[in-house]
Design a protein around this ligand. Sequence first.
Ligand SMILES: N[C@@H](CCC(=O)N[C@@H](CS)C(=O)NCC(=O)O)C(=O)O
Length: 223
Amino acid sequence: MIVVHHLNNSRSQRLLWLLEELALKYEIKRYQRDPKTMLAPAELREVHPLGKSPVITDGEVTLAESGAIMEYLLERYGSGRLAPPPGTAERLRYTYWMHFAEGTAMPPLVMKLIFDRMEKGPMPFFARPVAKALAGRVKRGFIEPNINRQLDFMEAELGKHAWFAGDQFTAADIQMSFPLEAAAARGGLNASRPKLMDFLGRIHAREAYRSALERGGEFQLLS
Ligand SMILES: N[C@@H](CCC(=O)N[C@@H](CS)C(=O)NCC(=O)O)C(=O)O
């Protein structure tokens, strides 16, 4: 039986969604973030040494890293669903976006979260102006220009096809959902980029997306 080690408000929501799209049977083992630090509880390290979510167990297999888990599930249980055939232009775009989501899109969004917190977090009053000035410089000089360039690129790509890999919905759209949800929560994604907003609207309307939310519970990205 596939067990998803599911941390609230996290990337593991994507896996529940994939499993719902594939109509596979699975169990959820729940973990709660520490309300102050927002970190995962130490028990998750008993499943995988890094203690991050998602992790799945499936018989003898324990696997972390959302892209790797998606590939494993599709290869083992997908029967060709949600992935374009190998050797096609769609497959190459699918592979690209599968990697882009965690390899390129997420790093500046995670940095934005950290530097926003650095500005607002508790500290001695005399340190705040320094922290604010430093965080502001990094955000304006590096983080925000990168996020904006990436959002422009994604917006343009969705002007070419309905979905990231082409005209069909694939697992690459599931993988890309998290950076786009994060960008809407904290990266400045709004109605000025209508294709991306429309993408979010279309994924939210999918039955499997909604079933995953019902099973997974609360899902509100950190902002
Ligand atoms: N690239 C990894 C990232 C995993 C990751 O950072 N997960 C976050 C949740 S979205 C986590 O476990 N955070 C809690 C912590 O770091 O303690 C993936 O896609 O699986």
